[in-house]
Design a protein around this ligand. Structure first.
Ligand code: CIR
Length: 264
């Protein structure tokens, strides 16, 4: 096994815009506070930088309330990047804002042309395969198009089901190292992680499932002490980041960055 699924030289983030108050959400639990989100975002970026990575911070995009959630705009692999095609109409223009940035970092940048849709939050890249969740945002045609594009780089893609009512596949899981996944019991019960070591989120802490392993750290949303303790016991270096405002928009740790090591 290699460490290529969690060791990265680069990350790209985008600052939240004041329009974040109009961001998409499944259930309205209150208006996100921009100031608090900016503070949490700064902590998040500092944690990424503390691992030695270069973090590129993009300017806010007022026209796209959800544009802080950059993960959904692209899939970044060592060999190249693939620009996504979001299933949420209000987010359809976001990938075109990310593409020029990735073109400065990668030799090869491909694009999902459609008609299918696919968002980065539904894609989990592990050591041995690319898992893609079929969700309300990611459909069969989007998955098929991605499979065709990444085949040239030798990747195997496996479609998995996202539980009803869950926004993205990675809302409920994350990669902790080459062979280990953190997942909610409801997602793991589907058997989609057979062959991996799975650590479950603690009961009532399902919202802790969206973490990121980034170099030596695991960034996780603050406020889930039982799951944090499980990760620490398993030997991971956990860094808790405030996520109260992004959580109001169904966002977590993975959504806030693209993470990658461009080859060459
Ligand atoms: C949305 O509904 O699209 C945003 N409010 C949240 C996106 C979260 N992104 C992610 O999990 N990758």
């Amino acid at each position: 096994m290699t460490d290529r699924s969690y060791r990265f030289t680069h990350a790209v983030t985008r600052a939240p815009a004041p329009s974040i108050v109009r961001g998409l959400r499944a259930v309205d639990t209150g208006t996100p506070d921009l100031g608090r989100m900016q503070q949490d975002h700064a902590d998040y970026i500092a944690a990424l930088r503390a691992t030695g990575a270069e973090v590129i911070e993009l300017a806010p995009l007022a026209d796209y309330p959800d544009s802080v959630f950059v993960e959904d705009t692209a899939l970044c692999l060592p060999e190249g990047a693939v620009i996504m095609r979001p299933g949420a109409p209000s987010r359809a223009g976001e990938p075109a804002k990310m593409a020029p940035v990735l073109r400065t970092l990668y030799g090869e940048v491909l694009e999902i042309a459609g008609p299918g849709t696919i968002e980065g939050g539904d894609i989990l890249v592990t050591e041995r395969e690319i898992l893609v969740g079929r969700s309300a945002r990611t459909d069969a045609a989007g998955i098929a198009e991605l499979a065709g594009l990444v085949a040239r780089w030798g990747y195997r893609l496996r479609e998995v089901a996202v539980p009803a009512g869950v926004l993205h596949f990675k809302t409920d899981c994350s990669l902790l190292d080459a062979g280990t996944i953190l997942a909610t019991p409801r997602l793991a019960a589907s058997g989609c992680f057979d062959g991996y070591r799975v650590i479950h989120t603690a009961e009532g802490e399902e919202a802790a499932a969206n973490t990121i392993r980034f170099n030596d750290l695991v960034l996780m949303p603050a406020g889930f002490p039982k799951t944090a303790a499980r990760l620490a016991e398993a030997g991971y270096a956990v860094r808790e980041i405030g996520n109260s405002e992004c959580a109001k928009l169904d966002g977590g740790m993975s959504c806030l960055s693209l993470r990658f090591t461009p080859k060459g």
